[in-house]
Structure formats: C-alpha cells, structure tokens
Design a protein around this ligand. Sequence first.
Ligand SMILES: *Cc1c(COP(=O)(O)O)cnc(C)c1O
Length: 396
Amino acid sequence: MFVYMDHTATTPTSPEVLKAMMPYFSENFGNPSSVYSFSRKSRAAIEKARGQVAAALNADPSEIFFTGSGTEADNWALKGTLEKAKIAGKNHLITTQIEHHAILHTAEYLKKVEGVEVTYLPVDAEGFVSVEDVKNAITDKTALVSIMFANNEVGTIEPVAEIGALCREKKIPFHTDAVQAAAHLDIDVKAMNIDMLSMSAHKMYGPKGVGALYLRKGLRPENFVHGGAQEKGRRASTENIAGIVGFGEAMEIFKSRLEEDKKINSARRDKLIAGLLQKIPHAKLNGPELSKGDKRLPNNINFSFIGVEGETLLLDLDAKGISASTGSACSSESLDPSHVLLALGLKHEMAHGSLRFTLGRLTTDEQIDYVLEVLPEIVARRREMSPLWEEYLKSR
Ligand SMILES: *Cc1c(COP(=O)(O)O)cnc(C)c1O
C-alpha cells in the first residue's frame, strides 16, 4: 500500500487544476505585458486568477500580488515593511518562536544586516501565542507584527482575529503566514483585520513555485523583486501564467469543498490520534489537546514516542509504504531537534522522537486503519532495542 501522509510538505496538483494550466504553457504563451491583442488572453487569465484568490479571502483583487512562492511572500512582507519603516525611525519586529523558517531566517537576516530588533514571542505547551504577550511587546518602535495563522508542525491555530484587532487598534501592520491555514480554513482578511497574508499554491493542490501576498489597500512595503512593471510595479518579472492560473483554480476548488474536507479530515485525524493514544503506551500528542480539535489544523497529527527517534520511525514506516515526516520538511536534512517542539517545552530527546502525519485528498479510511495497525508494532519493536526506553522505564 502507498500511503502519503505528508500533505503539509506538499500536495499533488489536482487534475482539474493541471487541465486549466495546460493551454498557458503552449497555445496561450503570450507575454501579458505586450500590447498586441494575442497577449490579452494571458493578461485576462492572470486577472481571473487574481479574482479567484481574492474572493476566497474576502479581499479585493487589487490587493492580491502573485509571487514565486510562499517563502517569497514572507520575505517581501518582512523585508519590505521593515525597510520602509526605517525611514520613519521604526526598527522593531514582533514574531514568534514557532514560525516557519521563511519567517525566522528572514527575521535573523534583518537583525544581522539592518539592525532590526526582533522579539520572538514564546508559546504555551500547546503552541498558542498569548494576545497579552503581543500587546506587551509593542513599543513605539514596532514596525510589524508577524504571527503565523496555523503552525505547520503541530497544527496549532493562533488567535489571529484577536491579534488583528489589537494591531489595528495600535495602528501597527499585522502580517500572517497563512500558507497552511489557507489550505484548510476559512479566512476573511477584513473581518480578521489582517493587513498582509502569505499563501502558497502547492500546499493546496496547486503547482509548486507560485504564491501570493495579500496587501491591504494603502499599504506599500518596499519592493522585494526589482525590475519590470509587472504586478502594478510592485513585483517584477514575467508572470508565471500557468502557475498563477493553477493557483486561482486550486483556490476556487478548495473554497468549494472547504467545509466537507474539514469534516472528513478532522474525523480521520481524531480517529488516528485517539487510536494511537490508546494503542501506544507513553505516547505524547504534540500541539493542541484532542478535545481542542477546532484549534488544530484539521489534517495534523504530531506525536512523540519516548525512547525512539522520529527518524528511525520514518524509515520503518517507509518500509511499510507510509510517507510521513518528523515535522518540517525543510529541516529534515539537519539533525537538530525541531525549534517548534523545543518552544513547546519538550526535552531534546522528545523533540527528536516526533512524528507527523498530515492528511489530505489522498487519504482513505483504510489508510488510517493501516497506520493504526503498523505503527504500534514498529514503536514496540524499536523500544525493545532502545537503551533510552530502558532508562525511562527504570526512572519511573
Ligand atoms: C510551506 C510553507 C512555507 C513556504 O512556502 P513555499 O511556497 O514552499 O515557499 C511557508 N510557511 C509555511 C507555514 C509553510 O508551511
């Protein structure tokens, strides 16, 4: 059996999306910046996609700017805003300890190169940021608050609307990395007082290499990609038309099945969580507790198993045809424990033992049963050989 349970790392481009994209690789290849009528088709296709993405967020199409990825949208929001704020003498960025590296490494860069002062807010044991902490961190130098909508490793959904209301009241721009959230949750940028929001198509059954930044009307961060006048002079380079068309289609399809997907995913998620808690002794669920399902991404399951390394479990699962992750695809090359799990207060050995399953359109009920059958055996066998596990048993 081939079981793909890593939908948070990426998703397959859906057949409908691919079909919509195809003509823009070949017959409709016109450069949207050209004046002749042939290129109008390309221009119209981009504007249609802009409308599709905007509609899904309750934004105006003029507030959507396509980028080369979610990472680029994050870089633009942070660098563009902090560079612009410098002129007004503001150099403080508030973010959290559990952001994706697209935010964390950009914040580190800004600190190193621009002397930006960065506050990394802590989170509680389930990964929640405190709105009170955000409030207390704001100073008259604060140029931007950037807090992710939902965490990619442990699935925690942050109190974004409350943070948005607070920032609006304090007149500080609020950016949120919604790359995961936009693939699973209903987002209303107006109701939630969001000023900037990052998205990525490949996390929602669209193609890789295309993202977008929502920029509320009136906000003008410095440009990040310099060159031609594309995207109303805000983001240069010839548009990835096929990618943009695919993004628009993926967004519209996502929105049309949002509630149904949420229901199916969260039922399977809770079944897998409850089953693993029941079948594996001393298993620790990371992120929001089982009873707080509406505060966890509907497709996220993250566990630590005392006495076993997550990497070892991944290889054992792979041998059984199951693709899972230890957390972040971007950090699986390094042997450092997850910065997210450490921020949740896990000890190093537990942070090393984590395993993430993320469900999606490729998931079936049979696959959930299969994982519930296979994983307890794997963990038990690895624990039998584990000195860490023996030590743990003795210490209790
Ligand atoms: C995947 C991801 C990104 C990066 O998006 P890319 O389009 O792959 O660059 C940023 N933030 C979060 C939370 C993500 O999950």
